[in-house]
Every structure is written in C-alpha cells, then in structure tokens.
Design a protein around this ligand. Structure first.
Ligand SMILES: Nc1ncnc2c1ncn2[C@@H]1O[C@H](COP(=O)(O)OP(=O)(O)OP(=O)(O)O)[C@@H](O)[C@H]1O
Ligand SMILES: [Mg+2]
Length: 595
C-alpha cells in the first residue's frame, strides 16, 4: 500500500540528513543567528550537547506569527524570489528548525527589536505547542534538550561527550572565521571553550582562531581568475600536520569540506609535502552567486561550481606562486621545535624550575601588531636585499653574513653546514637541501631546455640481472630526457655513457641500480617524468653534494646562495626542513642568558 507519511515522520527523515550530531545542530542554529544579523552568538553545551544545546543571539528576532511559521517545514524568509541560484543567506530550505524539533525537545524564545513582548514556542519530538508569553531582552534564544530522544538509533551513534564537543569547537571555529565581525563564545559543562570578540578584519579573527603560530608561518594569498576571487592564508610546507583537519575552506562565506577544493589543495602542495602530511590553510573563495550551486549537500558542506576547472586553477596557481615566491623560507617553528627538543633532552642538566620556563616565543619582544606585520611582509625587506651591487668575486666571505642564509663557517660530520648571519646562525642539512635543489633544477630544465648531459670519460658497465636490465633499457628514451644515456651491454648488464651535467661527479653504479629499482617499482605505465619528485631524490643521493661529502667554504657558500634563489628550497621533497635558523637570542636562551 502506498501512503503519504505523517508530517512528524517526514521531518524525522529530513533530520536524518540534516542533523547528524550536536555539531550539526549548532551549525544550523548559528547560521540562522547569522542570517538574522546577530553581532553576538553564544553557545552553551551540556554533556557534549546530548543533554542540552543553547544558542543565544541578538539578531532581529521573531514575532508570535513568525515563530509559528518558523517551525513549519518548508517555511523560510530567505527565498523572496523563488530563484535557487540567487541565494543570499546561509539558509534557504526552511528545514532546519522543524527537523531539529522532530528529534528533540526544543524551545524557541524570541523578541523582535522594538517590540514589547517575547514569545516562546515549544516543539517536542515534532509536536508543536502554542506560543506562550516569555521574558527576553531581545534577539532569539533556542534551547535543544535531549537530542535524538525520539530517534534512539541515532543516539547510539554519538561519540563520547568530549568528541562531540570537539566537533562543535571545530564547527564554531569555521563559522567564526567566515564571520569575523561577529562575537562568539562556547561554554561546555561550565567551561569556556571558545571566546572571540568581534574583530575589525579577517586577519585578526584568523589569528584569534588559528593562533599566532599559524599567522607567522603562512603566506598571504590574494588572486583573481575570471570572476572568482581567492583570499586567505596558506601555511608553509614545513608547518604541516598529520591530518587535514586544519584546512579551512570557505565559499561565499560558507564553511565547506568540498572534494574538489581539497583535491586542488593536495595538488598545490604535492611538490613540497610527503603524501601523509597535510598543509594548514584558511582559504576564502568569492564568486558571483550564479556561478555556484549550494543546494547539493544535505548539510551544505559541499558546493558545485559551474566552472570547476577555473576554481581548481585559481587555487593551485595561487598557492604554487606563493610557495615559489617564499623561496627558501621555512617555518619559524622549525627552530623553535629544535630548541624545545634540546631543552627536553635529559643530558641537559638544568634545574627543573629553570627548564620549565623554556617556552620559546620567537618574537616575544614584539607587540601583536608588529608581529602580524612581520609575519606577512615579504621575507626580504628591501634594505635586507643582498648587496649584489658588487660583482660576486669581489665579495669576501664576511659579506655574506647579511645574506639570509649567512656566511658558511664550517661543516660538521660531513653533513651539516653551519653559517653565521648578522643576528644568529643557520644549520643546513646539505643532503636535504641538495635534493631539493636538484629537483627544482630538473623541473626547470625539463620544461625549458632539456636536461644537459655530460659524457663520462670512461663509460661505466653496470651489472644487473636480466629483468632489471631489460626494464631499464625499455625506458632508455625517457632516461635520456632525464640526462642519462644508457644502452644494453648484453647478459643482464647496461653501459652508461652520459649523466646529468648538473650533478657533477656521480656514483654511477649506485645510481643506476637504484634507478632500476625505482623503475621496477613504478611498472611500465607510469611516465618517469611524472615521478620526477621521487626520482630526483634518488638522483640527488648519488650526486656530488650528498651527505658524507666534505665541502670547502666556497662550495658551502655556493650551496647557500643557490638555496636563497631557488623556489621551495626551505623544505626537502618530503616537507622536512632543509635548514634551521637560531637567532642569537635563541642561543642566549639556551645558555640561560635570557629567560
Ligand atoms: N535565530 C533566528 N533569528 C531570527 N529568525 C530566525 C532565527 N532562526 C530561524 N529564524 C527564522 O525561521 C525560519 C526557519 O528557519 P530554518 O533554519 O528552519 O530555515 P532556513 O534558515 O530558512 O533554511 P535552512 O533549512 O536552509 O536552514 C528562517 O527562515 C527565519 O526566518
Ligand atoms: Mg536555517
């Protein structure tokens, strides 16, 4: 028998999609507050929101009649023109309140501005009660108790209180980033979890939400492509995370977790981060309302772009540019992390009270404002620009101390270059740095002129096994493009006649064997060019500046200067830093000369 379902059941079915957990209730209700023009929104949770969720706003409020309408399904004040491509508010379906009311005990108290009375309407598991007079200074207060009491199956899926609070915190942070001028707070079982004052601009709000560390280790973006605009901040690759939870994306003021955007983000960083590391970003995309469909996901977490290729290009292009311009800059947490590890090393016999005030604050001498300015200005202030007025050969080593990576002073363990700068010291992992330089050079050469080869004085015969030799020879054309002239020499051996000139002297045997291993691993289908990041690591490993090779001062300086000029050289191909900088005051801190 086919029948039309009763309204309460219809609402519960809708709630199944819209209201997954306390965080989704908070999202819907806070979005309503924002749509109502609130400048302050306070959220209160009890037991992770399972017992109670309250949202208090100072928005425009609802009258008696509006309250009755608001809890009806498909009743909305936000679609005056019937045009789904002209959505000006966060809400548009008229679904949130009836859905939440069908699975909880909800009360809405509201008093529109310039009216005498407040009214309260109740809705219990879908049963709507006549509004009664109430007292309220203004705005709207919504109380949601016993969430999912009417749908016990859903209740069982909820996680621990702590986990649910975590989800609410994340949701509220996202909404706060998108609406920087609105004040927000979150209380959970009497504890203040979040508190943001209304901010004058987005940067201030981002710093409040994401922390100063992010602000100091992020690059500012501002790009337009066709009619789409991208602004925000992209974290430096060395400031990476083990999960993607700190990727905050917004489209038209809406927080989204859109697959297209997340994919583009991965692409933008793929050069500079290992596969299991994730960048930290806060990116805002604005585009004409008719260019984006927000009605494609029950919780509005995804959107559909009319021209998705343009959006992808915008995001990837903006980030790649910014990273390339950042050059050798690595995050300042790299030095701080090193200091912290030093301070924790048991072999340092500090008295406990002494080491406990070891918290490192890289810019503690600066006011917040100065710090912010410093964080977002280009790395080279004009007066810091290297004094290249004089030809390079006239420069004495001491002149290099005013260069960003300083003057090379010595090499330790044939692995680390120690350089002196005007106000500190720099330690470079020569192997990691070299690997990066090789990759960047190879990429440019591949695109432009092709990789220059140099003939070996005596060609080298490398014995492999039959299958491996065959695999390598089948890729001979591609290897030639990468700078290797390799031919078959019969009986499971190959002969190497030329190697990439940029590598200098190479360990041909080691290199060819490892290349062969790589090739066997990739199989036949994958172009070697596409694997250039991994291959360059292998190739750099056998080049002349690998770890374990002694370098003289001019070789070391040459490496430092190359790093300064090479895009993305602040991190190796896996997102690890290629150098660490300690400011003089950091060193003084280590010795207890400063607190
Ligand atoms: N905090 C609030 N202050 C003032 N009016 C509100 C508030 N919350 C809801 N309303 C009114 O109640 C209506 C219904 O809200 P509801 O969230 O159910 O639907 P919506 O926001 O219009 O659409 P959506 O289902 O997409 O969220 C809104 O259109 C709005 O007019
Ligand atoms: Mg709504």
């Amino acid at each position: 028998m086919i029948r039309i379902l009763p309204p309460t059941l219809i609402n519960r079915i809708a709630a199944g999609e819209v209201v997954e957990r306390p965080a989704s209730v908070v999202k819907e209700l806070v979005e309503n507050s924002l749509d109502a023009g609130a400048t302050r929104v306070d959220v209160v949770l009890e037991q992770g929101g399972k017992n109670r969720i309250s949202i208090i706003d100072n928005g425009k409020g609802m009258s008696y009649d509006e309250l009755l309408l608001a809890v009806q399904r498909h009743a909305t004040s936000k679609l005056p023109s019937d045009d789904l491509l002209d959505i000006r508010f966060l809400g548009f379906r008229g679904e949130a309140l009836p859905s939440i009311g069908s699975v909880s005990r909800m009360s809405i108290t509201s008093r529109p501005q310039h009216t005498e009375n407040a009214w309260q309407i109740g809705i219990d598991g879908g049963d709507v009660r006549e509004p009664i007079p109430a007292t309220l200074a203004g705005g709207t207060t919504i109380d949601v108790r016993d969430l999912f009491y009417a749908t016990p199956a859903r209740l069982k899926f909820l996680k621990t209180d702590r986990a649910e609070v975590g989800q609410v915190v994340d949701m509220l942070k996202r909404l706060a980033m998108a609406h920087f001028s609105v004040a927000f707070s979150l209380d959970s079982d009497g504890k203040k979890m979040l508190q943001f004052a209304g901010a004058p601009d987005r940067l201030t709000r981002l710093r409040d939400v994401m922390g100063r560390e992010f602000a100091e280790n992020a690059l500012e973006l501002s790009h337009t492509r066709e009619n789409a605009r991208l602004t925000g901040f992209a974290g430096l690759p060395t400031f990476n995370r083990g999960t993607s939870s700190e990727q905050y994306l917004f489209v038209g003021g809406r927080p989204v977790r859109d697959r297209l955007l997340l994919g583009a983000l991965k692409g933008a960083y793929q050069d500079v981060l290992a596969h299991d590391r994730h960048p930290v970003v806060a990116l805002f995309i604005e585009l004409p309302r008719s260019e984006v469909d927000v009605n494609v996901h029950p919780a509005k977490a995804e959107v559909r772009f009319r021209d998705s290729a343009n959006i992808r290009g915008l995001l990837v292009g903006a980030i790649k540019n910014a990273l390339a311009e950042a050059g050798f800059r690595a995050s300042n947490t790299v030095g701080a992390g090193a200091l912290e590890r030093l301070a924790q090393t048991p072999s340092y016999h500090y008295s406990p009270s002494y080491s406990s005030n070891y918290a490192y604050s890289p810019q503690s001498n600066f006011s917040m404002q100065e710090t912010a300015q410093r964080a977002f200005e280009p790395l080279f202030a004009p007066e810091m620009t290297p004094p290249l007025a004089r030809p390079a050969h006239e420069l004495q080593n001491n002149d290099y101390t005013s260069f960003p990576l300083g003057a090379a002073r010595c090499q330790l363990h044939k692995t680390y270059i120690v350089a002196e700068t005007n106000d500190g010291l720099v330690i470079v992992d020569q192997h990691a740095a070299h690997e990066r330089l090789v990759l960047e050079k190879m990429k440019i050469a591949l695109e432009q002129t092709g990789i220059a080869r140099q003939k070996l004085l005596i060609p080298e015969v490398v014995p492999l096994d039959e299958a491996t030799a065959e695999a390598i020879i089948s890729r001979a054309d591609e290897l030639l493009e990468l700078g290797f002239a390799i031919e078959s020499f019969g009986g499971g051996t190959v002969i190497v006649r030329e190697t990439p000139a940029m590598l200098g002297e190479v360990d041909v045997h080691g290199l060819v064997r490892e290349l062969a291993d790589n090739i066997m691993e990739y199989g036949e289908t994958l172009a070697l060019r596409a694997k250039i990041e991994e291959l360059s690591g292998t190739i750099a490993c056998h080049g002349s500046v690998r770890a374990g090779r002694a370098l003289n001062v001019s070789e070391m300086n040459a490496l430092l200067r190359q790093m300064e000029q090479t895009p993305r050289s602040g991190q190796c191909n896996h997102g690890r830093p290629t150098y660490i900088e300690l400011k003089r005051k950091d060193v003084e801190t280590l010795f207890g000369r400063r607190g």
